[in-house]
Design a protein around this ligand. Structure first.
Ligand code: CA
Length: 261
């Protein structure tokens, strides 16, 4: 269950990212979104049952539907090679996310952190308690301001997580994911980053029930042009197809329906 239109748009985007992965990696040709509106007791639609409220930002949904973004890893997660983090499962002081904080008595271990069997988890260190705090420094490449503005987090969290960059809250992600997803970095978080220098990423994750997992990294997002997405030029496709798989423009439908009723 999500608590706001923003969270719904983020969840929807995560689904579309999974679809894009299936399209690019295994050749998925189509997807069906079955719950455009709430239905009776089900409240997971993009629009309310009475069609009077569009819950998520229409532009966000449209952007997700375009499925035309590509991502380049900048600060790797532990998906392909384990990254070393400092971590603790004991409540640290309130300064734990800051650069000056002394984490020398925290444990050192490979990411990601969680329990084997959690969907999509790549477990380097078993974490099976309620809370986890992790910290890691990295040298950010000498990116331009324009590139820094296109940085996003790559994260797999189960459950609620807060991500800090150089001590600044950069993303707060609720609930859980079942795979790695890309989520925006707040403007304050992007402003806190120092290209060409050492930076700190610190993440807290809280678990209540079921599977649990935490891992995070940073990627550079590029919106591909129509030409780059074209039938012959699509960089990841080995089949003769266009990357703009048409799921129907849900955002447009939402606007039309809202106006009709
Ligand atoms: Ca859980």
């Amino acid at each position: 269950m999500v608590n706001s239109g923003e969270e719904l748009a983020q969840l929807y985007d995560a689904y579309l990212q999974q679809l894009a992965g299936l399209r690019d990696e295994v050749g998925l040709s189509a997807g069906v979104y079955t719950q455009i509106t709430d239905v009776e007791v089900e409240i997971n639609g993009l629009i309310t049952y009475d069609r009077k409220v569009i819950k998520a930002d229409v532009e966000s949904i449209r952007r997700s539907n375009a499925m035309n973004r590509s991502f380049e890893s900048i600060v790797p997660t532990s998906e392909n090679a384990a990254q070393t983090w400092r971590y603790t499962t004991s409540q640290p002081s309130s300064e734990w996310m800051n650069e000056g904080f002394n984490d020398s008595d925290w444990s050192v271990g490979p990411g990601g952190f969680g329990t084997v069997g959690t969907p999509g988890a790549v477990v380097g260190t078993v974490w099976n308690t309620s809370d986890l705090w992790i910290r890691r420094t990295f040298v950010l490449p000498a990116l331009s301001p324009e590139q820094v503005n296109r940085l996003v987090l790559r994260i797999h969290h189960d459950e609620d997580a807060q991500v800090y960059l150089n001590g600044v809250l950069s993303a707060s992600v609720p609930n859980y994911t079942t795979s790695y997803v890309y989520v925006p970095i707040s403007e304050a978080g992007r402003s806190a980053l120092r290209p060409g220098q050492e930076n700190l990423i610190a993440v807290h994750c809280h678990q209540t029930t079921g599977g649990q997992f935490l891992d995070a990294g940073i990627a550079l997002e590029t919106v591909q042009t129509a030409e780059e997405c074209g039938q012959w030029g699509y960089p990841y496709a080995d089949l003769n197809r266009d990357c703009r798989v048409d799921f129907g423009d849900l955002a447009m439908l939402a606007s039309e329906w809202s106006g009709m009723l």
